[in-house]
Design a protein around this ligand. Structure first.
Ligand code: ADP
Length: 175
């Protein structure tokens, strides 16, 4: 029996305004907050998320969350059941880190599916402060999510912050 693959949708907007079982955070390895998506999630989600991240640092991830891995916390005041934090790789000209970027999407989906999520919303991981080119970042994101069939996930939504990011994901989706 084949498992049905999730529907992929694109939205132009702010991930913190989305209603979804899981919202994925483009975190950094400290799990203690940062700029971009991370800052927005903590600002809007409230202190409960940071408290949960601190607890994770005190228990499982004393040295921080390794790049390419994912871990869940409460979603605080966000319109979601959980936030899944994942650490994207910093773009490198000299080293191919694509496998780590793909791992962020795959691991986030695995964690979301273990939590029983039906809907998952992603930002364009690593394409902000971490400098990953949008065309390549979009291709990796779409390819990795397409390959994943993880029940009960039925919808994966990419939430793109500007027209440029949206256009790259749209191209990757129709390619
Ligand atoms: P990273 O450190 O992984 O590069 P960033 O948060 O800096 O993460 O950026 C990742 C992507 O998310 C970028 O394309 C950025 O434009 C976009 N972004 C920033 N804020 C938001 C937001 N509130 N909602 C959705 N996407 C966002």
């Amino acid at each position: 029996m084949t498992t049905k693959r999730p529907t992929i949708t694109l939205v132009l907007g702010d991930i913190t305004e989305q209603h979804s079982d899981v919202l994925v955070n483009a975190a950094n390895s400290s799990l203690l907050g940062g700029g971009g998506v991370d800052g927005a999630i903590h600002r809007r989600g409230g202190p409960e998320i940071l408290a949960a991240c601190r607890a994770l640092r005190g228990s499982h991830y004393g040295k921080g969350l390794p790049t390419g891995q994912a871990v869940a916390t409460t979603a605080g005041r966000l319109h979601a059941q959980h936030v899944v934090h994942t650490v994207g790789p910093v773009w490198s000209r000299t080293q191919d880190r694509s496998a780590l970027l793909a791992s962020c999407y795959r691991e986030s989906l695995r964690v979301a599916s273990e939590l029983g999520a039906r809907t998952v919303a992603f930002p364009a991981i690593s394409t902000g402060v971490y400098g990953w080119p949008l065309d390549d970042g979009a291709r990796i994101a779409v390819r990795t999510v397409r390959e994943a069939a993880l029940p009960p996930i039925t919808e994966v939504r990419f939430v793109l912050f500007d027209e440029e990011a949206y256009a790259h994901f749209d191209r990757a989706l129709t390619a």
